[in-house]
Design a protein around this ligand. Structure first.
Ligand code: ADP
Ligand code: RBF
Ligand code: MG
Length: 165
């Protein structure tokens, strides 16, 4: 199976973020369920539960794109894709957010704070017939995020107050 889903557009969302975007999430990176996203080549920084009240109520489950910064204000800002889903551990009464940062890190960073600026919606959460199909769509999400963030109104938000103060 090819690495990218050819049926999906690489550019999504409007030229300029519109409400409820952009919105900001600050949270601590916690341990996930060890479902092996790292083994899939897609590690996800799972956000602590207290972040969930920061999500606008109209944001439904699905995949989002934006920027993220780890730990220190003024440090590097990376593109990211985020999955907002229902947390099976809480009998699906609670949502959970996990962020895949589009960068290779030499080590883990559990326990640190990350700042996330969510800028747009990519797609709803889906059920996949195989792990390979899920991975292919997540890899496609990464390409969609990179393309969609290249537009000027998005690019300039790398310098948002969230990341500089
Ligand atoms: P868990 O189930 O504990 O969330 P994962 O397999 O999803 O485990 O790995 C996530 C961890 O990997 C993150 O908490 C972070 O410390 C680390 N990590 C390394 N590179 C990345 C990356 N590019 N994006 C997100 N997390 C990363
Ligand atoms: N899980 C799904 O079951 N369906 C999805 O459509 C889905 N999309 C995802 C998109 C992104 C960008 C990321 C980072 C994760 C997604 N996941 C999805 C969650 C994925 O299954 C999860 O990261 C692994 O199960 C490991 O926790
Ligand atoms: Mg994870």
């Amino acid at each position: 199976m090819s690495q990218i889903n050819p049926d999906r557009p690489l550019l999504v969302g409007p030229e300029v973020p519109i409400a409820p975007f952009p919105y900001k999430i600050i949270g601590t990176v916690v341990k996930g369920y060890g479902r092996g996203s790292r083994e899939l080549g897609i590690p996800t920084a799972n956000l602590s539960d207290n972040t969930l009240e920061m999500f606008p109520p109209e944001c439904h489950t699905g995949v989002y794109y934006g920027f993220v910064q780890i730990d220190q204000p003024k440090s590097t800002v990376y593109p990211m894709v985020m999955s907002l889903g229902w947390n099976p551990y809480y009998h699906n009464e609670k949502r959970s957010a996990e962020v895949h940062i589009i960068h290779e890190f030499p080590q883990d960073f559990y326990g640190v704070d990350i700042r996330v600026l969510v800028l747009g919606y990519i797609r709803p959460e889906q059920d996949y017939p195989s792990l390979a199909a899920l991975i292919r769509d997540i890899k496609t999400d990464v390409e969609v995020a990179k393309h969609s963030l290249k537009r000027p109104a998005y690019e300039q938000l790398q310098n948002d107050d969230l990341f500089t103060t």
